[in-house]
Design a binder for this molecule. Structure first.
Ligand SMILES: [Zn+2]
Length: 124
């Protein structure tokens, strides 16, 4: 079993346990480096004032923890990214594309947490 995977996710406390439990299983890793921001997905899907800081943290996880699995997460009713579910799901796809381009050797997973707090894997 590998040691580390990485998740870029919202700081919202309602989703943390579900996201970690899901990804520890999917990635098959012992630990999950967890990088958070309010409405994280919008900072990964496009360049904002927070993007450089987020990617800097991600670089540490990849370079120093040898993480080879990266997840990007968005969720229903996000206070930090107050837009429609459809826009957020499109942002997940855009974020996945950007992460695959930046880290071509990594597996990139997108997750959507719906109104029932169910984890859905986004395929692209
Ligand atoms: Zn949120």
């Amino acid at each position: 079993m590998r040691e580390f995977g990485t998740v870029l996710t919202c700081m919202d406390g309602r989703i943390q346990r579900k996201v970690s439990d899901y990804l520890l299983t999917v990635f098959g890793v012992r630990n999950l480096d967890t990088i958070t921001a309010a409405g994280m997905i919008r900072h990964v899907a496009a360049d904002t004032d927070r993007t450089a800081m987020v990617l800097g943290d991600l670089d540490v996880s990849v370079a120093h923890h040898d993480s080879q699995d990266i997840a990007v997460v968005a969720h229903h009713d996000c206070a930090g990214n107050p837009t429609s579910d459809k826009v957020q799901r499109d942002q997940i796809l855009e974020a996945m594309t950007r992460m695959r381009h930046r880290y071509p050797d990594s597996e990139v997973v997108g997750l959507w947490i719906d109104r029932n707090w169910t984890v859905e894997r986004i395929r692209s």
